[in-house]
Design a protein around this ligand. Sequence first.
Ligand SMILES: Nc1nc2c(ncn2[C@@H]2O[C@H](COP(=O)(O)OP(=O)(O)OP(=O)(O)O)[C@@H](O)[C@H]2O)c(=O)[nH]1
Ligand SMILES: [Mg+2]
Length: 492
Amino acid sequence: MEKMNDTIAAIATALSDSGIGIVRISGDQALEIADSILRNKNGKKFVCSAKSHTIHYGFVVDGKEEQKSMKILDEVMVSVFRAPKSYTKEDVVEINCHGGVLVTKKVLELVLHAGARLAEPGEFTKRAFFNGRIDLAEAEAVMDLIHSKNELALKASTAQLRGDLSDKIRSMREEILYEIAFIESALDDPEHISLDGYQDRLKEKCDQLIKEVQRLLDTAENGKMIKEGISTVILGKPNAGKSSLLNMILGQERAIVTDIAGTTRDALEEYVNLQGIHLNVIDTAGIRDTEDVVEKIGVEKAKKYATDADLILYVVDTSVELDENDREILSMIGDKKTIFLLNKSDLEQKVREKDILALLNQRNLPDDQDGFIDSNSDLVESSKERLISMISTSAAFGKGLEELEVEIEKLFFQGDIKQNDQIMITNLRHKEELGNVLSSLLLVKQSLEDGMPEDFYSIDLMQAYASLGNILGEEVGDDLVEEIFSKFCMGK
Ligand SMILES: Nc1nc2c(ncn2[C@@H]2O[C@H](COP(=O)(O)OP(=O)(O)OP(=O)(O)O)[C@@H](O)[C@H]2O)c(=O)[nH]1
Ligand SMILES: [Mg+2]
């Protein structure tokens, strides 16, 4: 791939007044450009003669030396990293200015004026990739790390940046390459290399690789939710306590709560971190058949959100009997992961767990059968297996939050995800490529079962090898690389 050889610069810190603002320069001319605008306390240039990995006290100066019009713009610390031991593998200079927006921008202007080009978003990391310091999966991890919204996401991206995923992909690639090479050499030199019994060995190898790829793919659902948050929708009939629940989860009075049924009309979305798990929670209008035009739109919206949700929190008002609205809500839930919150547990209970299970089973029964069951029946047991969890809450009094957290963790993250050091697939691009790897390996197995000639195996093995390579960025096109890096921040 083409090497970029001009010198780039950008502000690497946030553009707001802060303690330090860093202007980063990278490229062949980085040292000279920095020297042209920096002086030490004796008025001398110092950057070109500085050793790598050193930091220096100095001043940013503006104006013409020969006309004695030089003005000191800022007092700075200057870090020097010489190629190839730098973030980009090029010469890098970082000027640590006092962090005012104006002064940092002025320093950047001087650097640009002295010959650097303004970097595109992510261009420093792109150079690190093109210059072979990191692979594409690691570069993507840099971006994920910056955007991490919770500790689990941070942990996953740190592991990916450390190369955990890349190492795994590389080792699978090596195993596949060995098989390709073996088949090719056997076909070239059948007298010395025999393929007798090879099919069995290859089948075993394929099974093992398929298992490994499948294991990675299995983490993708959790990975997506860790990265983007669990899309959570609060459903229930009017007055059940949905908005009170949202407020309890957030720990603040965010949504309006009144005893008037139909208080919430428009959906309200908030983000919350429960024990390191990121939830995007949507409070919705209570589900009921209504003639009110605005409320009707709200109810329709609630239904739409429920369809797209990863998790439904169904708030059941236990102080009133179950009714048609609850039946309607149950039909909206379908087979989605749902936590039933038996709310208003502080009041006299008109609804108990078994009543909800009965309604649920009624939903599953043909129309002409009575849905009544007792809590010992098989139906109850089968409902319980169907990922139904029920907890008792009193949203108005802040009761049940801990139980809710436990249930969410149980429902989504089998095993203790926080202790788990398993590699996580958090990136959709990686997931798609792994899907391609899986298809190719299944084709190899198919060819083996159909007794196809050996060169058939190597075609699909090559394909699997290439798809794994795409994850590392070894065979991807320039367009994709441009797209990935364009999502980066400035100065990274
Ligand atoms: N006693 C008791 N009252 C509750 C509880 N949760 C909510 N409430 C009360 O129930 C009424 C309705 O609460 P909201 O949170 O507004 O209910 P909602 O489901 O958002 O209602 P809509 O927005 O109208 O659909 C309010 O008066 C709350 O104070 C609870 O656990 N116990
Ligand atoms: Mg409400």
